[in-house]
Design a protein around this ligand. Structure first.
Ligand SMILES: [Zn+2]
Length: 312
């Protein structure tokens, strides 16, 4: 089932799996105008009741996936499953966790996002969190396999897009429900790094390599069309990130650069706040990958507080 989302993604796919003991849903979709009606129409089209849905699995905590889970649970009475790590990260973290994290105010300032931009971003995050309410009652995934829609699914935990993103693999038929971890045409957003030692891009590439080793024959992503050639897609993604790493190394060939300087060089200085946030996370992740490979070094400028990157 396809639900509309704003921005470049355009749609999110919810998957409905039919089983003898009821239906299972993979990802509930966003709590945006029109989406509840889409669910109601889908139930009519399938000729089933909401109460026929017995299980809801949320691949990860982004609101286009989890946003309607609470509402759908109210309608269906279904069990909602999520990874525990992912669930804890999807809520507002405690103040103590915010301190020292690049993801929050001081951290973002050190990447070159201005106080005024952070203010606008905070308002966006607040809006995003509010439209995800009500939150579902969640059961944490305990086992590494799950019975859904008369198939056995192996739970494959992946990182890099979020901290603990669940993919599901059915070995008999080679089916992979890949969530956002691997998408057919756009490159997955790499999560915002939390410290200068973090390496989410490295984690992402390690995770998709593990997915490729499963040798899936049919990949069903959360955005875009299902596809079959996993190896070709993995190769494209490695190539894309390799190219971007090279461009960023070229940026570092002169004076030491702040993250914002690299962001402006790559994406221009005219990004809106939300895209600035995504671009900053993306560029920081690439810079930290170079740092982990020993190709770049980083130090914090004592006078400005900015992290400055240069070639090693
Ligand atoms: Zn996502």
């Amino acid at each position: 089932m396809r639900l509309p989302v704003p921005g470049a993604l355009r749609n999110i796919n919810s998957y409905l799996l039919k089983g003898q003991d009821g239906w299972a849903v993979i990802d509930a979709g966003p709590n945006l105008p029109g989406c509840r009606e889409k669910w109601e129409t889908a139930m009519e089209d399938l000729g089933i009741q909401f109460s026929d849905i017995k299980q809801i699995l949320i691949t990860h905590g982004h609101i286009d996936h989890v946003g309607l889970a609470g509402w759908l649970q109210e309608q269906t009475g279904a069990a909602v499953f999520m990874s525990e790590t992912e669930y804890r990260n999807a809520f507002y973290p405690e103040e103590t966790e915010q301190a020292g994290s690049l993801f929050f105010r001081e951290g973002m300032l050190s990447l070159g996002i201005t106080a005024k931009e952070i203010e606008k971003l905070t308002a966006i995050v607040k809006f995003i969190t509010e439209i995800a309410e009500p939150w579902p009652q969640v059961q944490f995934l305990q086992n590494n396999s799950l019975q859904m829609g008369d198939r056995t699914w192996e739970v494959v935990l992946t990182t890099g897009h979020t901290n603990a993103h669940v993919c599901l693999f059915n070995r008999e038929e080679g089916l992979l429900l890949s969530g956002d971890q691997i998408l057919p045409t756009i490159s997955t957003v790499i999560r915002f790094p939390t410290t200068a030692d973090d390496n989410p891009l490295g984690q992402y590439l390690e995770s998709i390599t593990r997915l490729a080793q499963l040798k899936p024959s049919r990949i069903m992503p959360a955005h875009g069309e299902p596809f079959n050639d996993m190896d070709a897609r993995i190769e494209q993604l490695f190539h894309h990130h390799q190219e971007r790493l090279q461009i960023i190394m070229d940026c570092l060939s002169g004076e030491p650069c702040s993250v914002r300087t690299v962001v402006n060089q790559l994406f221009g200085a005219e990004l809106d706040e939300f895209n600035l946030f995504l671009a900053t996370g993306e560029v920081t992740a690439h810079l930290l990958m170079l740092h982990s490979q020993g190709k770049a070094q980083v130090s914090q400028d004592p006078s400005t507080g900015l992290y400055m990157f240069s070639l090693a």
